[in-house]
Design a protein around this ligand. Structure first.
Ligand SMILES: Cc1cc2nc3c(=O)[nH]c(=O)nc-3n(C[C@H](O)[C@H](O)[C@H](O)COP(=O)(O)OP(=O)(O)OC[C@H]3O[C@@H](n4cnc5c(N)ncnc54)[C@H](O)[C@@H]3O)c2cc1C
Length: 553
């Protein structure tokens, strides 16, 4: 397959030659740099690339061109290449239009003319964008391929596992992708053996268990030491930050996750409010960077490793894993976050994974191509999910109990939703039940205004409401609030159980639980802010407190 393409577009031949030259200088070993002198000819090039099955990584276009504005061209390109990065080349006077375009056409970056020296003004931004594209892009034919039935819970579980472990794959749906049948015939895979994974080395896995899949993919599963200074349970933003700081402080640190790194943030299509990423960053990209950083600094990371319990033996914490193994640490950070609670609507449970999904918008987006989708929830995660899915689905119906989304969603997201033509918001509405033959086919929505019940056809339903902390694995001596979130530091004084449980002569440290040496950070903690930045902050802070604790013991 030929290299992915970077396409530069400008009607000014001097500027076009300059941008092409600068891009070639840095990127021509990995990318083909093409040029087009108008919006129309750029669109022809994009169509041709698509027909040939070539990849478009990035398009950089001038804003003011006769016949077609840069923003219009970039918006049109999205139909052909939804994950290609889009950059607008602007004069100083057009910057307002460029900033507007960030929301309107989901622009990834704007570049002011002139961009000299390119080492300072062009390459850092391009490096970031191309790195993010590489992480998101799925090659057309090469690499790992997953063949499965649509609306199959097993297929969803495999895709979810691959996605959360940042393993690129191509999803081939039976009945939709001709390649699916070709691969099955070639390897004699029966329909009853799906989902099947076709690895690059020729190995075919038929409906594999997670552990066997992890072993084939080379994910690390065995710890290097018998005892760690610090074991962090959960590799979401809080756990990843703790691992980075633990390792950088010279603490022997092990990070474990039952699923893969990233946590809830990993399922986010675009985090726009995390410091230092003015154009947003996808959850998978942020995770990829954080895992690399933690490992480079010396933290060990094992996945999939689910912790089932912890017991305290002298000063040590013994962690029992779901697979029966045990691990020993002097201190533990619980960074296990939370997840969506099962929606109570009738018919949901039996269709989970078969059209009904919790979060998971990024994992299932491809399966929603040209289909009708319902999103439940009015928070930021629901908004992000709807915006992302709108690039794939034909229609998105966002169902919210309140009058609208303005009270519950960030302003920028609410504005994006309002501008996307295939998104419709159903205010003052609740989901009552779902039905369908073996998978989701219809949702029943009740209007809280008229009390009427209406059926809507739906191929997929994404639930983004109701949360449940992952705190069941903690010992009973860890005091939690009525919803199961873990109390830490001075909040523990409010609990009547505290004096019965806490036997130390000192007060608990700020993020310490009611068990000395067992800390909690991020969304699993009562009073957490439920933001990436606050989880990262608590993860970093907990390591300082662990250091203090270790120094005392
Ligand atoms: C779709 C979506 C979009 C979001 N967008 C934004 C945004 O734009 N901006 C923002 O600031 N916030 C956003 N959030 C919120 C943000 O992602 C969370 O606040 C943040 O991820 C919390 O981090 P955490 O590390 O505490 O927990 P989590 O991210 O929940 O991670 C917990 C990890 O622990 C693991 N785990 C759980 N139990 C065990 C166990 N027993 N053994 C081993 N591992 C275990 C899980 O597999 C998971 O990986 C979003 C959330 C969602 C769901």
């Amino acid at each position: 397959m030929s290299e992915p393409v970077i396409l530069a577009v400008d009607d000014d031949t001097h500027v076009l030659a300059a941008v092409r030259r600068d891009l070639k200088t840095r990127y021509q070993t990995e990318y083909r740099v093409l040029a087009a002198a108008s919006g129309e000819s750029a669109l022809d090039t994009v169509r041709e690339l698509k027909t040939r099955g070539d990849a478009l990584a990035l398009i950089i276009s001038d804003q003011r061109m006769p016949g077609m504005l840069g923003v219009d061209l970039l918006a049109k390109c999205r139909d052909f290449y939804p994950v290609a990065k889009r950059v607008l080349l602007t004069a100083y006077s057009d910057i307002k239009a460029a900033v507007r375009a960030i929301n309107e056409v989901h622009l990834d970056h704007y570049l002011e003319k002139p961009w000299d020296p390119p080492e300072e003004h062009l390459y850092p931004a391009m490096d970031d964008l191309l790195g993010a594209w590489q992480a998101e892009y799925r090659p057309e034919v090469e690499g790992l391929r997953v063949v499965g039935h649509p609306w199959s819970p097993r297929s969803h579980a495999i895709k979810d596992f691959l996605g959360s472990n940042l393993i690129p794959y191509r999803w081939l749906e039976t009945g939709r992708d001709p390649d699916a049948r070709l691969l099955m015939d070639a390897a004699h895979v029966a329909a009853s053996e799906l989902p099947a994974l076709f690895l690059e080395n020729g190995v075919v896995l038929r409906d594999p268990e997670t552990q066997s899949l992890a072993a084939h993919l080379g994910l690390v599963h065995e710890a290097a030491y018998d005892l760690y200074d610090l074991i962090i349970v959960g590799a979401g933003p809080a756990g990843l930050a703790a691992a980075v700081y633990g390792a950088s402080e010279g603490i022997r640190t092990l990070l474990l996750d039952g699923r893969g790194p990233g946590g809830q943030a990993g399922s986010s299509s675009k985090i726009e409010n995390y410091l230092g990423f003015p154009y947003g960053v996808s959850g998978s990209e942020l995770t990829r960077r954080a895992v690399t950083q933690a490992q480079r600094l010396g933290a060990e990371f094992l996945t999939p490793v689910e912790v089932a319990g912890v017991s305290v033996e002298g000063g040590y914490k013994r962690l029992s894993l779901r697979d029966g193994r045990q691990m020993l640490a002097r201190a533990v950070i619980a960074a296990t976050g939370m997840t969506y609670r099962e929606h109570p609507a009738e018919g949901i449970a039996s269709r989970t994974g078969a059209g009904v999904y919790y979060g998971a918008a990024v994992t299932e987006a491809n399966s929603c191509r040209g289909r009708r989708v319902v999103v439940i929830g009015g928070g930021n995660s629901a908004g992000q999910g709807a915006v992302y899915l709108s690039r794939f689905a034909s229609e998105i119906h966002v169902v919210v109990r309140r009058e609208g989304v303005s009270e519950t969603m960030s302003h920028y997201l609410a504005e994006q939703l309002a501008q996307i033509p295939n998104i419709r918001i159903h205010p003052r509405t609740v989901l009552e039940c779902v039905d369908g033959e073996g998978r989701l086919e219809r949702v029943w929505l009740r209007s809280l205004e008229s009390d009427s019940l209406a059926a809507e056809n739906a191929d997929a339903l994404f639930v983004f409401i109701g949360t449940r902390p992952h705190s069941d694995w903690l010992p009973s001596a860890v005091i939690r609030n009525e919803k199961g979130f873990v109390l830490t530091g001075r909040d523990l004084f409010l609990s009547q159980e505290f004096t019965r449980v806490w036997k130390e002569k000192r007060e608990p440290l700020p993020l310490e639980t009611s068990v000395a040496g067992l800390f909690a950070a991020g969304d699993v903690r009562a009073g957490a802010m439920n933001r990436v930045a606050s989880a990262v902050g608590e993860g970093a802070m907990s390591v300082k407190l662990v250091s203090d604790y270790l120094a005392r013991t």
